[in-house]
Design a protein around this ligand. Structure first.
Ligand SMILES: Cc1ncc(C[n+]2csc(CCOP(=O)(O)OP(=O)(O)O)c2C)c(N)n1
Length: 319
């Protein structure tokens, strides 16, 4: 499939942006500057980028606890996102959402959710709204493999299939749900086969290959826009870090961790773009430098911003 140069460069830049963001947020958390929990998505960047490269700004996404990459790929600026994670008043949700509930309607993000499974019915609702309003918008729910056994997943996917809604369920299968492996908790580990139970297509792709993700989602978006209903896509990926920052991460063997580092989607994409003549080594290095500078600015903005006033604690709870 041919992807235009401008889009390929956006995809590369966005994958690097997510990696730089996540690694710096990890450092800031370790330095005690971030309240609450953070769950980083380093290693999984090809999934949000391959998905969101197919979406318009007015398409919808919902996300989970490991959501930073999804929001960055959908267009949320780093400064107001960093400020939000720092709990600051200038954050995209005025410092009241934090890492796990980042929301920005301006870029079609209906919210990250800390409760597993919730991204599915919320995105299905958005897909129903698009259908009723007669728009050609699509809605994507990002979930992890640990969410497949929740009732919300089943109820949402069933309804979306029955009503042929413009919905895509994208599952980042990193094979771990906290410290529980998919092989210990799920009988059918070839999870894209589950789609058969809903009467919809189920596709499995290498979630560390951004081209493979892009192509699968391209087809799913076209199907949704034709009014043929949802698609379930499994991106087979791996996380480079622990479940959350501070996780001792002892439940995974060294061999598996090393294997994940070798599967890094970013050098793989970079190499491919250089072979294709889209990018040169110096241009790729420049992109990385620029993004590090952008992140320095975002951190400065977050650190220098004030916390919300105590009297604001009950405002903006419902909008
Ligand atoms: C309904 C519900 N049950 C349990 C939890 C606790 N919990 C938080 S993250 C997580 C694992 C999620 O795994 P997965 O969906 O595979 O995503 P990953 O962390 O691998 O990205 C669990 C069980 C929760 N947040 N919500």
């Amino acid at each position: 499939m041919k992807i235009e140069k401008e889009k390929l460069l956006w995809m590369y830049r966005t994958m690097v942006r997510i990696r730089v963001f996540e690694e710096r947020i990890g450092d800031e958390f370790a330095a005690g500057k971030i309240p609450g929990f953070v769950h980083l998505s380093s290693g999984q960047e090809a999934n949000p980028v391959g998905v969101c490269a197919n979406l318009r700004r007015d398409d919808y996404i919902t996300s989970n606890h490991r959501g930073h990459g999804h929001l960055i790929a959908k267009g949320l600026p780093l400064d107001i996102m960093t400020a939000e994670i720092f709990g600051k008043k200038t954050g995209v949700n005025k410092g009241k959402a934090g890492s796990q509930h980042l929301t920005d309607m301006a870029v079609g993000c209906l919210g990250a959710e800390g409760i597993q499974g919730t991204p599915v019915p919320v995105a299905v609702g958005a897909a129903l709204s698009a259908k009723l309003r007669g728009t050609d918008q699509v809605a994507v729910a990002f979930i992890g493999d640990g969410t497949l056994n929740t009732g919300r997943f089943h109820e949402g996917l069933n309804l979306a299939a029955a009503w042929k809604l413009p919905f895509i369920c994208y599952c980042e299968n990193n094979t771990w749900a906290e410290s529980t492996n998919i092989y210990d908790a799920t009988a059918l580990t070839d999870i894209s086969q589950r789609a058969m139970g809903y009467g919809i297509p189920g596709i499995a792709v290498d979630g560390n290959d951004v081209f493979a993700v892009y192509e699968a989602v391209y087809e799913a978006v076209a199907r949704a826009k034709r009014g043929e209903g949802p698609t379930f896509i499994e991106g087979r990926t791996c996380r480079r870090r622990g479940h959350f920052e501070g996780d001792s991460h002892l439940y995974r063997g060294q061999e598996e961790k090393d294997e994940c580092l070798k599967r890094d989607p970013i050098p793989r994409f970079r190499k491919k773009l250089i072979e294709m003549g889209i990018l040169t080594e110096p241009e790729a290095d420049k992109i990385e430098r620029e993004i590090k500078g952008e992140m320095d600015e975002a951190l400065k903005f977050a650190e220098e911003s004030p916390f919300p006033e105590p009297e604001e604690v009950y405002t903006d709870e419902f909008v």
